[in-house]
Design a protein. Structure first.
Length: 206
């Protein structure tokens, strides 16, 4: 798979809200204990590059606030942490976890995230007439209080083709989202391995 760099690649990833960017200011309760996070070795293996994991950081990435799939449910909570992952090529990933004040609130956030992801392709096409987005629902997983996996393929008129795997999981009051993107289409997405990563992510929330 060819490596794409520069403004073109960043713009293509930004169409789906996946471009990794600057972070928001650290929230006031940053001293609160973060839930468990994925390690680099937990991600689907890349065929020609190892994964590099960033630090678990309080707050939410700025890119999430601009994300057409996740911003309405993840943008800005105070009990939020994230970790970003990179390869040497065109593949990157991110995990964002939010601790709600009650289990009921976490159930609501989990439901909202699933709803927003399912309607994400329509919002992408409405916001950008030059983009065509297709969502696939890969189903639920038996992990703690539940997990769901999706695929989102975006194609632009200028030739960019990006595939994004997203999953939402919940354990008690904590909801986590795992988000992996690369150049390509559905056939390039490591769905089976990503499902395993999702189950690991939910189990690590303890």
């Amino acid at each position: 798979m060819p490596k794409r760099t520069g403004a073109g690649a960043l713009h293509a990833l930004a169409v789906t809200g996946f471009a990794l960017g600057a972070t928001l200011p650290t929230p006031a309760n940053a001293a609160a204990k973060a839930p468990g996070f994925l390690a680099a070795a937990d991600l689907p293996p890349h065929p020609s590059s190892s994964w590099t994991a960033g630090k678990v950081t309080a707050g939410a990435p700025e890119a999430v606030e601009q994300d057409r799939c996740l911003s309405m449910a993840l943008g800005g909570g105070s009990d939020t942490w994230y970790r970003e992952f990179r390869t040497d090529h065109d593949t990157s990933a991110r995990q964002v976890s939010v601790q709600s004040s009650t289990t009921a609130a976490a159930k609501g956030r989990f439901s909202r995230l699933n709803k927003d992801i399912k309607s994400c392709a329509v919002r992408i096409e409405k916001a950008d007439p030059e983009a065509e987005a297709t969502l696939k629902d890969y189903g639920t997983l038996p992990a703690e209080e539940g997990a769901h996996v999706y695929g989102l393929h975006t194609v632009t008129l200028w030739g960019a083709s990006d595939i994004r795997l997203l999953s939402v999981g919940r354990d008690g009051r904590t909801v986590t989202v795992v988000d992996r993107g690369q150049l390509g289409g559905f056939r390039d997405a490591p769905v089976k391995a990503f499902k395993k990563t999702t189950v690991t992510a939910v189990h690590k929330l303890h």
